[in-house]
Design a protein around this ligand. Structure first.
Ligand code: SDX
Length: 422
């Protein structure tokens, strides 16, 4: 009997089965040989929400939820946030190593070449109501871009895949800024490719009548750090959506529209917007105990707290908390940070949260910084989607190259009626 295997006894038949272990896991398909009788379909694992199911093998991002560890291609997130830029991190996720000087220059130039969007996209975006939610505008616009790049359907061509990835990373800030300008009744601002990735985004957001936008370097760097922190997070809900839609060989624009749609939910990327609404509802520090009591009674969730994987402090939340002070030095202190810090203090000493291992996650403090920068809550998830583009595309590319990839099609446990006649 091999050591790296499991032996399973089926008590219905007395038969035993030896299932090999690979990287410490069994292949779910090896369960199907376990049958009650010849007609039996065989055993499956019932795992709604995939709590304990590995959907793929990946070499991109590693998370240790108990230790609060997050690494992109082996590099700790804290080091990347301190020493790298978002474009260097995006290159790392896409290609597997940090770029050297020439590689970074080429990558940056390729991104800069693709920051503009087709003029008809402006007409498309001008069709939205003034109060359209920016995430809905973003999801629709990502899908609409598919109509301008029909060659994106050639997903078997690695050069096409790379060009589409470059296009999406380059155009997401432009579309996001256009959505922001539209909701504020302001004219669209074209990209300025002399500027860095985040400074150009700020230019498209905030340039008014001045001949050339001057980005505050502290805010540009703070956005760059926030983008690094949000760039990838292994098989989260939206990345899994990217993989599932991509598994049917849909083009990457349509697959990413699905991923962004998934991110918009309040349990996922939409949480940063809900955190600010929650803090506004609480209003003052003295109202926190009553709010926490309502959470403990199950009446609501403490938004920005808890995580499927992290059962320790989300390492990204720590860096975001530290970044807040540099932003406030420019924008002025957002007093809501005091309420957030008091919520964290109370929650982390309360048995309800301690027992359930609920800690602040990436969404708990990010919105407070975004609000200090001048964004309204409905833009917060858009600010999450822009950097996550690199993660979504890295996983899509890894899947396209993975020989194990087949179209995703889970099974079910059918409990409905047997055949019956009309
Ligand atoms: C992101 O997956 C990723 O990597 C996502 C992400 C990424 O980078 O892509 O990290 C980004 O989505 C961060 C999460 C943002 N969402 C929120 O902040 C929303 C609030 N959080 C919860 O909805 C919840 O914590 C989830 C959705 C994040 C995780 O939910 P799980 O893993 O399904 O956990 P669960 O619902 O089974 O909770 C376990 C227990 C339950 O209590 P009991 O039924 O055992 O009594 O903890 C409770 C839950 O009720 N609980 C909370 C809570 N989160 C979990 N109670 C109060 N407030 C919360 N926030």
């Amino acid at each position: 009997m091999a050591n790296d295997s499991l032996t399973i006894t089926d008590n219905r038949t007395g038969k035993t089965y030896e299932l090999p272990l690979k990287h410490g896991n069994i292949k779910a398909m090896d369960l199907r040989q376990i049958k009650a009788d010849e007609k039996d379909f065989g055993v499956m694992s019932y795992d709604p929400a995939f709590l304990n199911t590995a959907a793929c093998e990946s070499r991109i991002t590693f998370i240790d939820g108990d230790q609060g560890i997050l690494r992109y291609r082996g590099y700790p997130i804290e080091q990347l946030a301190e020493k790298a830029t978002y474009l260097e991190s995006a290159y790392l996720l896409l290609y597997g190593s940090l770029p050297d000087k020439d590689q970074l220059a080429t990558f940056t130039a390729r991104i800069a070449k693709h920051t503009f969007i087709h003029e008809n996209m402006k007409k498309f975006m001008e069709g939205f109501r003034y109060d359209a939610h920016p995430m809905s505008m973003l999801v629709s616009s990502i899908a609409a871009m598919s109509t301008f790049y029909p060659d994106a359907r050639n997903v078997d061509d690695p050069e096409v895949r790379e060009l589409m990835a470059i296009r999406l990373i380059a155009k997401m800030p432009t579309i996001a800024a256009y959505a922001y300008r539209h909701t504020n009744g302001l004219p669209f601002v074209y990209p300025d490719n002399d500027l860095s990735y985040t400074a150009n985004f700020m230019n498209m957001l905030w340039k008014m009548a001045e001949p050339k936008f001057q980005a505050n370097p502290v805010l540009a760097r703070a956005l760059d750090i926030l983008f690094i922190l949000h760039a990838d997070h292994e098989q989260n809900c939206s990345t899994s959506t990217m993989r599932v839609v991509g598994s049917s060989q849909a083009d990457p624009f349509l697959a990413m529209a699905g991923a962004a749609a998934s991110l918009s939910g309040p349990l996922h990327g939409g949480a940063n917007e809900e955190v600010l609404r929650m803090i506004d509802e609480i209003g003052t520090v003295d109202h926190i105990p009553d709010f926490i009591a309502s959470v403990k009674q199950g009446e609501r969730k403490l938004m920005g707290f808890g995580h499927r994987v992290y059962k320790n402090y989300d390492p990204r939340a720590k860096v975001i908390k530290e970044t807040a002070d540099s932003v406030f030095a420019v924008t002025g202190r957002n007093p809501k940070v005091d309420i957030a810090r008091e919520i964290e203090k109370i929650a982390l000493s309360d048995e309800y949260f301690v027992k359930r291992r609920l800690y602040p996650n990436v969404d708990f403090y990010s919105g407070i910084i975004y609000e200090a920068m001048g964004f309204r809550p409905e833009m917060f998830t858009v600010l999450f989607a822009i950097p996550r583009t690199a993660g979504w595309l890295s996983h899509w590319e890894e899947q396209c190259k993975d020989g194990d990839t087949k179209i995703s099609r889970p099974r079910q446990v059918y409990l409905g009626p047997d055949q019956r006649d009309i």
